[in-house]
Every structure is written in C-alpha cells, then in structure tokens.
Design a protein around this ligand. Structure first.
Ligand SMILES: Cc1cc2nc3c(=O)[nH]c(=O)nc-3n(C[C@H](O)[C@H](O)[C@H](O)COP(=O)(O)OP(=O)(O)OC[C@H]3O[C@@H](n4cnc5c(N)ncnc54)[C@H](O)[C@@H]3O)c2cc1C
Ligand code: FES
Length: 271
C-alpha cells in the first residue's frame, strides 16, 4: 500500500536559521539552513515547523502546536549533512502568518523529514505532475529531482488567480498553468488539461497534491482511465510522527496515519 521513499528524521526538534523570506505572489517562501538534518529528504516528505520565538499568545510562550509543511526545495550543504530547505506557505491562520513574519537570522524550529514521499514511475511511464494551489510545494521538489536526473515530467498547475499563479515561476521549464478566474494561463480546473494529457497518452503516472476536491477528481479520472496515481494528502496533524492518531484516513486496509503511512498514498489504496 505504501509508497516507501523515506529519509529518517533525527529524533528531536532542532533549530534552523532563516536565510530569507520572499513574497511569491500570494505566498511566502521561507529559506532556512538546517545544518545537521539530512541532506536528502524525499519529495513528498514534510517537516513540523514552528517559529523559534513568539509562537503563540504572550512573550516567551509556546502554546501552539507545530504545523506540517512539505518542503518545496532542498539544496544540500557541502559535506554529508545539512541542507538549505525552502517552504512555500499560504497564510491561512495564526501559524502560517507567524512563520511568514520570520526574518533573516531568526530561528525556525523543525522536526523532520517525516512521512513517505513519491516513488518513481514504473518503466515506460512518464511522470505527470499536478499541483493545486499551495499543493504546488511538493510538486516543485519532485520536479527538481526528476529534472536533475534528466527525467522529463509534464507539470500542470491550477491556482485561484494570477497572484497565486506567481508560484509557477519557481518551476524550471514551462508548467501548464490554469486559474479559476482566467487571470493567468487558461481559465479551467487543472483536471481539464490532465484529462486531455491522459487521453492523448495514458502511459503516465500521475503525482498530485492539492485541495481535497481536486484530489478526489484526480483520483476519479485516473481510476476511469486506469492510470496509476500517487496523491500527497493533507490532514490535521498534532504530532507528525504517529503518536496521536489525529490524522487518520480510511484506506482499503483500514485506517492509516497520514503522517507515517503517507502523506503520499497510492490512489487505489484509499477507500
Ligand atoms: C503533510 C502536510 C503538508 C503540508 N504542506 C503545506 C505547505 O507546504 N504549505 C502550506 O501553506 N500548508 C501546508 N500544509 C497545511 C498546513 O499545515 C495547515 O494549513 C496548518 O494548519 C496551517 O496552520 P495555521 O495556524 O496557519 O492555520 P490553522 O489555524 O491551523 O487553520 C488552517 C485552515 O483550517 C481552517 N480551520 C481552522 N480551524 C478550523 C475549524 N475548526 N473548522 C474548519 N476549518 C478550520 C482555517 O480556516 C484555515 O483554512 C500541509 C499540511 C500537511 C498535513
Ligand atoms: S499527526 Fe499524530 S498520528 Fe499523525
């Protein structure tokens, strides 16, 4: 059932140094140096993040739980450990807002990499990468890795509007961009070009991350056309490492924890 590329996390929270925070259209891109963590997190894996300071109500308090974020890009440091990690964030609540306020030199507490990432397509199948909104984050590092190995991937990205579609510029090559309002790329749901691509050539493996309705539509389309798909899911997470069972999803073999059994699942494994 599991897609199993998993780099193990060091067993404790550590502190990375924020190198910069950039505004990318509607999103924030945080780049932080993690000097002792693994240099090879697997695309699709995630980190539990919190700000080193001011993470919650009052001065010196830390009442919030860390939040889960896919890494969007990794640049290994010289030597065999450590990496500059990028995270793409959408401000949807107090955690993402505080993280977006971080400045160069401040600390970012992290735990990870956690979960399992994407696996390569079976021989002869081309990778077809699909990102919806902030779900573009794990698609970006997967594209980076495939590109570095000279594996050609098609990339389809769907966003609400041009402000969000600015994230498409982070990708190498020329992703096919759709927006809900037609303000950038074509006006369509991302499943429309996906259907066209798969009907043209179904010898593909689909890799998708995005909002639940998008993932449901991708799963249904891939089932109809008998195309394998790997879906990176989101779920509310309290711990991130299997202890709280707050993140379970139903699968054909019973409930699975998104944080340790996923977040990447084969589409046909999901109930
Ligand atoms: C594996 C994984 C990877 C992820 N990767 C990314 C990533 O790369 N980038 C990114 O930006 N996010 C990512 N997320 C999502 C992110 O972890 C959550 O959105 C996180 O909760 C944000 O924290 P917050 O404090 O900003 O917002 P929260 O306060 O946690 O709110 C998050 C969202 O939930 C809604 N919400 C909150 N409480 C309720 C409620 N009671 N009922 C209904 N809705 C509610 C809010 O309106 C908001 O839309 C990922 C999540 C997972 C599990
Ligand atoms: S987040 Fe605690 S078990 Fe998954």
């Amino acid at each position: 059932m599991l897609a199993e590329p998993r780099t193990l996390a060091p067993p404790e929270r550590r502190v990375a140094e924020v190198k910069r925070v950039e505004r990318v259209g509607a999103y924030d891109l945080i780049v932080a140096r993690d000097p002792i963590g693994p240099a090879d997190p697997r695309p699709g894996q995630f980190y539990m993040l919190s700000a080193g300071e001011r993470w919650g109500g009052g001065d010196g308090e830390r009442p919030y739980l860390p939040r889960a974020f896919s890494f969007a890009r990794v640049r290994p440091l010289p030597g065999d450990r450590g990496a500059d990690l990028s995270f793409l964030l959408e401000d949807v609540g107090p955690g993402t807002r505080r993280l977006g306020e971080l400045a160069a030199g401040e600390s970012l507490a992290l735990l990870g990499p956690l979960g399992v990432g994407f696996t390569r397509p079976a021989d002869g199948r081309r990778p077809l990468l699909v990102g919806g909104g902030i779900g573009a984050a794990p698609i970006l590092c997967w594209d980076d890795e495939l590109r570095a190995d000279a594996v050609e991937a098609s990339i389809l990205l769907g966003f609400r509007s041009a402000g969000h579609a600015a994230a498409a510029a982070l990708f190498g090559g020329e992703p096919d961009v759709c927006t809900d309002d037609g303000s950038a790329g074509r006006r369509a749901l991302v499943t429309e070009p996906l259907r066209a691509e798969l009907e043209r050539d179904p010898r593909a493996t689909v890799y998708a991350c995005g909002p639940e309705p998008m993932l449901d539509a991708v799963r249904e389309l891939c089932r109809e056309l008998a195309v394998p798909a790997q879906l990176a899911l989101e779920a509310g997470m309290a711990c991130g490492y299997g202890a709280c069972f707050g993140c379970v999803v139903p699968t054909v073999e019973g409930y699975a924890r998104v944080c340790v059994d996923g977040p990447v699942f084969d589409a046909e494994a999901l109930a």
